[in-house]
Design a protein around this ligand. Structure first.
Ligand code: A2P
Length: 282
């Protein structure tokens, strides 16, 4: 591995593996169990799930079957939108823990902000949810807490609370860089994680990425993943395909030059999912 850390550090000192395995769209049971088992076999030690993915059971099952010591793993789950607010958050967390069969989580995130388009009291609701997240953190039930899909205006109030978000997981890939949010997080000591670091495969035929991939003898997927890590962002690629699961983890034996990083950084936006946090209807 050249010039890159296999772990990043959160503001509270927790270490987080610099790449995680994403599990969105993996159905519970055989599909998620075999994909997570394959990921763990390849060396991933960071698994990202969410209550909304409805596969926490299978994720827990694969973790249990792996025999890997819990302390070597970094497991994230997320609070779904219907469970916002102090009391509901605490209840939802218990269900997540039951489903996963774990006794602590490494990272718990608010999946989406309550937004202005849906709630008059959106800011208050986010703060109320955050109060429960903070309590879980202070009780040691979770090692770190954060948010997902929060933009600057959703974060402003949370930044004034005693325990600030340590992570923000957002859509981030070479076709959608969201630089204002990333800069905000950076200024406020929040690590950024990338959901859909391959733009759900929309970025993989991009000419610039294909050209750079050829130069390094790597695939466009590996270039996108490595670009994330070199940008200080944790990619969470997902796949059900064993050979791709392993390919996506094989990104530690090369380094993208600063010129090529600049070239990727200057790709114009072309592969946004369309899920704007203030406009989604879920
Ligand atoms: P599959 O699951 O059929 O292997 P993202 O992580 O950005 O959401 O992208 C996930 C999508 O990209 C899935 O459709 C997945 O397909 C595909 N994918 C994942 N890894 C690779 C890869 N190395 N090469 C090509 N496609 C990939």
């Amino acid at each position: 591995m050249k010039n890159i850390s296999e772990t990043f550090e959160l503001v509270n000192g927790c270490k987080i593996p610099s790449i995680g395995f994403g599990t969105w769209r993996l159905s519970d049971g055989y599909e998620v169990i075999s994909a997570v088992s394959k990921a763990l076999e390849c060396g991933y030690r960071h698994i990202d799930t969410a209550a909304a993915y409805r596969n926490e059971n299978g994720v827990g099952e694969a973790i249990g079957r792996s025999g890997i010591d819990r302390s070597e793993l970094f497991v994230t789950s997320k609070l779904w939108n219907t469970e916002r607010g102090y009391r509901k958050t605490l209840q939802a967390f218990e269900l997540t823990m039951q489903n996963l069969g774990l006794d602590y989580l490494d990272l718990y995130l608010i999946h989406w902000p309550a937004s202005e388009s849906q709630y008059k009291n959106w800011d208050e609701l986010n703060l109320d949810t955050w109060r429960a997240m903070t309590e879980l953190y202070e009780q040691g039930r979770v090692k770190a807490i954060g948010v997902s899909n929060f933009m600057e205006h959703h974060l402003d109030s949370l930044m004034k609370t005693p325990v600030k978000p340590m992570v923000n997981q957002i859509e981030y890939h070479p076709g959608y860089m969201h630089n204002e949010v990333v800069d905000y997080c950076c200024r406020n000591n929040m690590l950024v994680e990338a959901w859909s670091p391959l733009g759900e495969s929309r970025v993989l035929n991009n000419e610039v990425l294909c050209c750079i991939a050829e130069k390094y003898g790597k695939s466009p997927a590996q270039i996108s993943i490595r670009w994330c890590i070199q940008s200080g962002v944790v990619p969470l690629p997902k796949s059900v395909t064993p050979v791709r699961i392993s390919e996506n983890f094989d990104v530690f034996d090369f380094e993208i030059s600063s010129d090529d990083m600049c070239t990727i950084n200057s790709i114009s936006e072309f592969a946004f999912s369309g899920h704007h946090p203030d406009k989604v209807d879920f």
